[in-house]
Design a protein around this ligand. Sequence first.
Ligand code: GLN
Length: 327
Amino acid sequence: MERRITKEELHAAVQEAYELYRKEKSGKNADYIPYLANIDSNLFAIAICLPGGEIIEAGDSSYRFGIESISKVATALLVLKEYGANTIMDMIGADATGMPFNSIMAILLENDHPSTPLVNAGAIAAVSMVRPVGEAQRKWDSIRHNINELCASNLPLIDELYKSESVTNHNNRAISWLLKSYNRIYDEPDLSLDLYTRQCSLGVTTSELAVLAGTIAGGGINPVTKREVFPAYLTSKIVSMMASVGFYEHSGNWMFSTGVPAKTGVGGGIIGVLPGLLGIAAFSPPIDAAGNSVRAQKAITHIAKKLGLGIYNGETIVIEEHANVLC
Ligand code: GLN
C-alpha cells in the first residue's frame, strides 16, 4: 500500500509537537555525570532530515550537547563495517537485555556475553574492536571520522563533559574489567573505556543527529554529502538493534507505541530511523528512569502518530513537495 505525505504536513507536525511539549516539565537531567546536571532543562529541539538532505527543524536545533549513547550506533556501524555482521554477532551479539544501559547483571545473565553494541558493555566491546587494535590515537581518529561522516559535520569534544564522566565512570570501569575476565573485550580495558567515554562526550546538535539518522534511513548514503558511509546491507542490522534495545528496558513499550526504531542518550538526544523515508532527532535534557529524554520521546511519538509513520504499518510512504490539488 502506498500513501503520500507532503513536506507541509511534516513541517506542521514538527511545529505542532514543538508547541505542544515546550512547556512539558516531567523528567530530570541525568546527574550521575555531574556536567549533565547543569545543562538548561528548558532546551528543546526537533529536526527531520529528508532523503534530499533538507532539514525541517524547530527549537534549539543548533545547540550542541553530549551525544552520549547515540554514539553507540555510530561505532556499532564502524565495527559492523570492519568485521562484518556475522563476526559482530559472535563477538558481541544482538540481543536486547531488558535491563538498564549500564547493567552488570545483564553481562552475567547473558552467559558472559556483552549482548549488543547498543548497551554499555557491548559498546565498550565494540570500541575495543575498532582497528587498529592497541593504537589509541588511530582508533580515536577512526571513531571520529566515522561519526563525522554520518553527521556531515565535525563534532568537537566537550572537554568538560569528558572530564566529568572520566572521573565518575566507576561502573563502566567495572564493566570493562568484567568483560576482560570473560575474554569479551578485544583491546586493553582502560584504553577501551577511555575511548568509549570520549565518544560519548562529543558535542552534537539536533540537526546533525537528524542527518546521522537520515544516513541510516538512506541505506548508508549521507543525504547531505551523498557519500556512502556504510554498505546498504548493514541498514537492517543496525535498525534491528535500535528497535530491540534502543530504549533499554523500555524498548518494547516504545516500539509498541510508535513503531519508530530509535536510540537515546542520557544527554537528552534521541534519533529515530524510518528506512527509506527519513531520519528524525529530538533533544531535551530531562530524562526518565530508563535514561530516555521525556520531551524528545513525546515529540517523536506525536509526529509518528500524526503522520501514521512506523515500520510495522505495512505501507510505503512517499514524501511529496506539495499536495496534488485536483481541480
Ligand atoms: N556515557 C554514558 C554512560 O556510559 C552513556 C549512557 C547513555 O547515554 N545511556 O553512562
